[in-house]
Write a protein that binds this ligand. Structure first.
Ligand code: PMP
Length: 312
């Protein structure tokens, strides 16, 4: 998926043309993967008048936690970072859905993998963005032979750049075998997550997802889905999931900023339930998409959106 950046990026403390936001080949984060990124969506409101950024403060807060893992000292906090992102969207004034990529990184030019005492910086760019997965037909997933990196190797709860090599291996394996994406198991052999999304299954009307201690990213969409489901009266369990439960589930879906809420039709060639979108998944998708597009007539969950006005 080749991408085109929106005209302005935030780089080294200023808003600059995106093609000027460049770093040295010798940068610590380039060599060692010692950066962390965010992925945030802004949806064009149905009125066409605002970009609705989904859970901006939660994203910048998680990024600050990744910064703590990497021992980064940054000149902004989560609130300050959120302001920079809002201003970036204002300046770019996009007329379509966008995907926003904040990045915190070891910007020093140094030759040692240590974390402490290396210069840090942060940057943001954004791109126009539609769907990450094809949404027309249910996804076909496989259980990867690549194991999810565990907390004592590279913590999955941080969105750490270097850790994504693990996702890359699993994603390539799945795509080359003709699947849309991979589900990774953790070192305990339990279900962790997909290469870039969290996983939910439904069994007998209960929505089930792996706990944050199962070597998963602490997904912000995941947290939202749990809230939407509980508010809608759907029972939710956060607990370990066995591989074989994937084969007997009634429904399954992936969720994440890129994935949004995407129906899973089969896993390892075995249909999940009917193989089509089930009722619990439909309910969650309806709440999610109506909210982000500004289509809800009530004000429930309005505080999850940061509305950035766009100029005609
Ligand atoms: N897991 C992984 C590995 C991811 O890359 C993502 C995408 N950020 C997610 C889960 C979903 O997280 P979120 O809902 O915060 O985007």
């Amino acid at each position: 998926m080749k991408i085109t950046l929106l005209p302005y990026a935030y780089f080294q403390g200023a808003f600059v043309p995106s093609d000027e936001a460049k770093i040295s080949i010798a940068t610590h984060s380039v060599q060692y993967g010692t950066g962390a990124f965010g992925g945030i969506r802004g949806y064009l409101d149905r009125s066409g008048e605002t970009i609705n950024i989904f859970r901006l403060r939660d994203h910048t807060k998680r990024l600050m936690n990744s910064a703590r893992l990497l021992r980064c000292n940054l000149p902004v906090d989560a609130a300050g970072f959120a302001k920079v992102i809002e201003e970036l969207i204002e300046r770019n004034n996009p007329k379509s859905n966008v995907y926003i990529r904040p990045y915190i990184y070891k910007s020093g030019i140094e030759l040692s993998p240590h974390l402490k005492g290396i210069d840090d910086d942060f940057a943001v760019y954004a791109i126009p963005f539609g769907d990450y997965f094809q949404m027309e037909t249910p996804l076909r997933l496989m259980v990867s032979s690549w194991m999810r990196i565990e907390d004592n190797i590279i913590p999955s709860r941080g969105k750490i750049s270097g850790g994504y090599i693990n996702s890359s291996f699993a994603k390539d394996q799945a795509e080359e075998a003709g699947y849309d994406d991979a589900i990774m198991l953790n070192r305990a052999g339990k279900v962790a997550e997909a290469s870039g999304a969290n996983l939910f299954i439904v069994r007998d009307g209960t929505l089930i997802t792996t706990p944050v201690t199962s070597d998963i990213l602490e997904g912000i969409t995941r947290r939202s889905v749990i809230m939407f489901a509980r508010d809608a009266g759907v029972p939710v369990e956060e607990r370990e999931i066995d591989r074989s439960e994937l084969y007997v589930a009634d429904e399954a879906f992936l969720c994440g900023t890129g994935a949004q809420v995407a129906v899973v039709g089969s896993i390892d060639g075995r249909p999940v339930g009917s193989g089509e979108r089930g009722p619990v998944t439909a309910k969650i998708q309806d709440i999610f998409f109506s909210l982000v597009r500004g289509e809800r007539s009530d004000s429930t969950y309005n505080d999850l959106l940061t509305r950035v006005p766009i100029r005609p």
